[in-house]
Design a protein around this ligand. Structure first.
Ligand code: ADP
Ligand code: MG
Length: 344
């Protein structure tokens, strides 16, 4: 009863901004916190600037979003604001996506990591309800990454994957391992395993994951009695039944990486161009979705192609834009907020 009332109120697209606290390094450098959050829905960035005569002044930038989460808010509360309301919809043929966008170090992974865990708890609870239990619904988990435009399975030794469309607008990732989840405890292990398998770059802390998009998917499927194991990786239907709905949790590449297109290193430039392309394509797809456009430009990048079935039909999108509060990150913070602003 309560669920259905909530469900009908779930917006198709929700844009949420999360500000992290200043870290120890920033505090020791006496960096200023230039982001102030008001009434959980808007914020002001106080940009430090210099006049031509070198006198300092502050330029204020105001932004409003569906929700703005300040540095005192827990991950549990973030879950309640972002993912919890859309969980019941994925039992009703909805494809949901939750993105974390922002510069490296802004809190994307910190924010995303606990969300699938909480989602699995809620999904398993709903699956035990008689109406779903009797329909033989099962929950499946997969975790892969897009790196330099290529797909890798994070739960099977970074096996290279390829994508195929099945003619019914369903995306099939050939070879992707899926695991049935019937106990929440195992999910943490999957997440840890997947996270440690993410791409490793060359330099600096946090470098590893900043150039790839990590995609964790939870799918509810209607279980078939007969499973043909020979074709188990051939199609989702053959393996474990028809997909009822799904939710994807996407820890996007660091948004500043899209600007690496003039780097001296060729590989870095190629990756930068790919990231730039995918983040632009993502914005265009979400905007098209918001405007109820019939043509969704999902072919713009591997990321949006993979998410194709999440941009058609019943879909729900939550964008969590993560921002750093320190003065030194001001330019990146403004870029992130402008991106989030354009999405809405
Ligand atoms: P990203 O994935 O965007 O590169 P991380 O999630 O790794 O960034 O966060 C960078 C650092 O900041 C990590 O040490 C993380 O624990 C910390 N952090 C991020 N967000 C918060 C927060 N809201 N509260 C406390 N610490 C945070
Ligand atoms: Mg990260």
């Amino acid at each position: 009863k309560e669920t259905s009332a909530k469900e009908s109120n779930v917006a198709k697209i929700k844009v949420v901004v999360r500000k992290r606290p200043l870290n120890k390094k920033e505090i020791s450098r006496k960096e200023e916190d230039i982001v102030s959050v008001h009434e959980n829905s808007y914020l002001t960035v106080h940009e430090p600037k210099l006049k031509v005569d070198l006198t300092a002044y502050v330029e204020k930038h105001e932004f409003a979003f569906d929700a703005v989460i300040d540095e005192h808010i827990s991950n549990d509360e973030v879950y309640r604001v972002t993912v919890e309301p859309i969980i019941p919809t994925i039992f009703k043929h909805t494809k949901a996506t939750c993105f974390a966008y922002g510069q490296t170090g802004s809190g994307k992974t910190f924010t995303m990591k606990p969300l699938p865990l909480r989602a699995v708890e809620d999904i398993l609870r709903l699956l035990r309800q008689p109406s779903y239990f009797n329909q033989r619904f099962k929950l499946w988990l997969s975790y892969f990454e897009i790196y330099g435009g290529k797909l890798f399975d994070l739960l099977s030794d970074r096996r290279k994957l390829c994508m195929r469309e099945d003619g019914r607008q369903q995306v099939c990732i050939v070879g992707l391992q899926e695991f049935e989840v019937s106990d929440v405890r195992i999910v943490n292990e999957f997440i840890e395993k997947g996270n440690s398998a993410r791409s490793t770059g060359s330099t600096g802390a946090n470098e590893e994951s900043s150039r790839s998009h990590a995609i964790l998917q939870l799918a509810i499927k209607k279980h078939k009695e007969i499973i043909d194991t020979r074709r188990q990786n051939d199609s989702n239907d053959a393996k474990s039944g028809k997909v009822i709905g799904k939710i994807s949790f996407i820890d996007l590449a660091g948004s500043e990486r899209g600007a690496d297109t003039t780097d001296n290193d060729r590989q870095t430039r190629i990756e930068g161009a790919e990231i730039n392309k995918s983040l632009l394509a993502l914005k265009e797809c979400i905007r098209a979705l918001d405007n109820d456009q019939i043509h969704i430009p999902f072919r713009g990048s591997k990321l949006t192609e993979v998410l194709r079935d999440s941009f058609v039909g019943n879909s729900k999108t939550v964008m969590i834009s993560c921002i750093s509060p320190n003065a030194g990150s001001c330019e990146h913070t403004l870029n992130t907020l402008r991106y989030a602003d354009r999405v809405k």
